[in-house]
Design a binder for this molecule. Structure first.
Ligand SMILES: Nc1ncnc2c1ncn2[C@@H]1O[C@H](COP(=O)(O)OP(=O)(O)OP(=O)(O)O)[C@@H](O)[C@H]1O
Ligand SMILES: [Mg+2]
Length: 337
């Protein structure tokens, strides 16, 4: 797919304190298309999205390295005006965040900030953008009522109107339909599909069906890494990587949290499983031990001995030509050493 790039991410790393949330991400986001960022919980979707309008560095202890270019301009350059950048980006969050004022004022808000006072102009704009989010018909007779009285689905459409009224170039959506009922969700989806002719849309979603319905381009993150990205058709019909295949086929991909690691390369049976048993003794119930072996019989014998003691084998995986990884979860049981 040939496309014009709107946002270009180059070697982006983001840390929250010591913990790295994004690991060397390089990606181009196409102009005036819908790009979906998908991946399991905690993989860094929101972090990536928030890096595009620099909402990320509002938080303490966040470190960013690498570049994000919007319209070719490095938005992390010290001279960049963050307000100017944010004006380019309309944001739709998971829960609609209406301002504590009337429906009308919610939409007019951005314009008022930019000094527009002319009532006729404001009336026009408010009506236009309420129509843009298909809310107009439902609210035209109560524009001056409080926005917080609207249903959640209506509130989200109001947020969309408010976002569009500042005339952004990009719409960033962080699971914008997840708090909505199916009908309201569909309305938002419909609007996004229609709006993509005018805006670049980046949508975080963990609903694969939604990504299939909406996305032209897909970015798949896993544990802070970019696993695969590409045109939606290719991504869904012909994924290149096993992790992507598993994820889109709805298989659970598990990466275990390891509490202790033991290198048993060069040891033979039964030395290796005695060492593994001793290591497990030091762990608490439920904790996880990873052992690496390079002795062929160990691949069968070590798991067998551990299961005999009542522990649980979570995974046995070949790492390369010689090495295997065995992941064992400690269960309190009877030990035979
Ligand atoms: N403010 C923060 N301080 C410390 N760690 C954070 C902070 N925000 C996010 N993280 C961590 O960074 C990682 C990525 O988080 P992020 O919110 O980007 O994930 P996500 O893919 O959006 O997940 P979800 O699908 O649950 O919304 C997670 O391990 C998370 O715990
Ligand atoms: Mg998130």
């Amino acid at each position: 797919m040939e496309f014009k790039t709107h946002i270009s991410v180059k070697n982006l790393n983001i840390w929250y304190g010591e913990q790295q949330a994004l690991n060397n991400i390089t990606i181009d986001i196409p102009d005036k298309k819908i790009t979906a960022i998908i991946g399991p919980s905690g993989c860094g979707k929101t972090t990536l999205l928030k890096s595009f309008n620099r909402l990320i560095d509002l938080q303490d202890g966040v470190k960013v390295s690498g570049q994000v270019l919007v319209d070719g301009e490095d938005i992390y350059h010290p001279k960049v005006e963050v307000t100017h950048l944010r004006k380019k980006m309309g944001l739709l969050s998971q829960k609609p965040q209406v301002l504590p004022m009337s429906i009308y004022e919610n939409v007019a808000y951005g314009l008022r900030i930019h000094g527009i006072k002319d009532k006729k102009k404001l009336d026009e704009v408010v009506q236009h953008y309420l129509k843009e989010s298909s809310l107009w018909e439902e609210v035209k007779n109560r524009l001056h009522n409080s926005a917080s009285k609207l249903s959640i689905g209506q509130q989200q459409r109001l947020c969309l109107s408010r976002g569009l009224a500042i005339e952004p170039e990009v719409i960033l959506g962080d699971e914008p339909t997840s708090a909505l009922d199916p009908i309201s969700a569909e309305r938002i989806e419909q609007r996004l599909l229609e709006l993509k002719n005018q805006y670049t849309i980046v949508l975080v979603t963990h609903i694969l069906r939604q990504a299939r319905r909406l996305a032209d381009y897909v970015i798949f993150l896993y544990l802070g890494n970019l696993i695969e990205h590409g045109p939606a058709q290719e991504f869904f019909n012909n994924p290149k990587y096993t992790k992507t295949q598993s994820y889109i086929n709805g298989k659970f991909i598990e990466e275990h949290k390891i509490d202790k690691e033991l290198n048993l390369k060069g040891t033979i049976c039964p030395d290796n499983f005695v060492k593994a048993k001793l290591a497990l003794e030091e762990l608490k119930q439920g904790q996880v031990l990873k052992v690496i072996v390079d002795y062929e019989p160990a691949v069968v014998e070590v798991p067998k001995a551990m299961e005999f003691d009542g522990h649980k084998i979570l995974e046995v995986k070949r790492l390369n030509l010689t090495d295997w990884e065995i992941i064992i979860q400690k269960q309190d049981g009877n030990y035979v050493i």
